[in-house]
Design a protein around this ligand. Structure first.
Ligand SMILES: [Zn+2]
Length: 261
């Protein structure tokens, strides 16, 4: 083996960090299923949220039915005190009050007896907490792994994202990014390495980890796991390509390219 061990890391969403060890040629896919796992939990949360909104609608319906019944009861009491009111008028309103009461009790039963309308809000919060706890635990493991290497090159993820996609990620992808919290991970790694008097090295200039490692051609990668170059037809794991590209930049531009941002 020999040589100073260093890792070039490409942060991402599908694979949290892809790390390339140029001395051994090893590629480490760290958190290769984190994005997919978070996506699955977010789908469950979305389902719960739609049930929750139906629950709120149902509860509003109960509230409205109750209000209508109480209002009619009040009107009936007023009518009864009115010496000019006729028997027919009172009987008609009394019948209406009865009907409104039955309607109110029915809507209340619907909500109270349906298992669908149990407290979804608590379930949703519990799932979010679970996500955060698992990601935090994962961050510790990933930081421990990177920390074992003398030199770690880790570009800041936010800057990367801005360069890559014009408008940036949307919807669920944005939520997954927030959940993965690359910034929090970077902070954690810095703190852990600082305890040994070290820091991760960060590229000081823009670069693209999306260029083909074989020929330099820029390809649209999309969501595919395989990076297949449209020009030279070579293919590789997309994140390995990114991490190797970071390595190549270090070799071409030298260590000056790296700083302690
Ligand atoms: Zn190529």
């Amino acid at each position: 083996m020999g040589g100073l061990r260093w890792l070039a890391c490409d942060p991402g969403t599908q694979v949290f960090i892809c790390a390339y060890d140029p001395i051994t040629g090893d590629i480490y896919l760290i958190g290769s299923e984190m994005g997919a796992w978070i996506r699955t939990i977010l789908k469950v949360i979305d389902g719960l949220k739609s049930v929750l909104s139906r629950t709120i609608d149902a509860k509003n319906a109960v509230h409205d039915a109750h209000k209508a019944w109480i209002a009619a009861k009040g009107a009936l009491a007023t009518l009864r005190r009115d010496p000019n009111s006729t028997l027919e008028e009172r009987a008609e309103l009394a019948l209406k009050v009865d009907k409104l009461q039955i309607a109110y009790l029915n809507t209340q039963d619907n909500v109270a007896n349906s298992p669908e309308f149990k407290d979804k809000e608590a379930e949703i919060q519990a799932l979010y907490r679970k996500l955060q706890t698992q990601v935090k635990a994962f961050h510790q493991v990933a930081a421990g792994f990177l920390q074992a290497f003398p030199i770690v090159i880790l570009p800041r993820f936010n800057q990367q994202m801005l360069k890559r996609g014009g408008s940036g990620p949307q919807g669920t992808d944005k939520t997954i990014l927030t959940m993965l919290s690359h910034a929090a991970f970077y902070g954690l790694l810095c703190r852990r390495m600082a305890s040994e008097g070290r820091r991760p090295l960060v590229p000081t200039e823009a670069f693209s980890s999306q260029a083909c490692i074989f020929c330099g051609n820029m390809c649209k990668v999309g969501r595919a796991f395989i990076y297949k170059c449209s020009k030279c037809k070579n293919w590789w794991h997309r994140d390995a390509n990114g991490a190797a590209m970071i390595c190549l930049f270090v070799i071409i531009r030298g260590m000056d390219w790296l700083g302690l941002d």
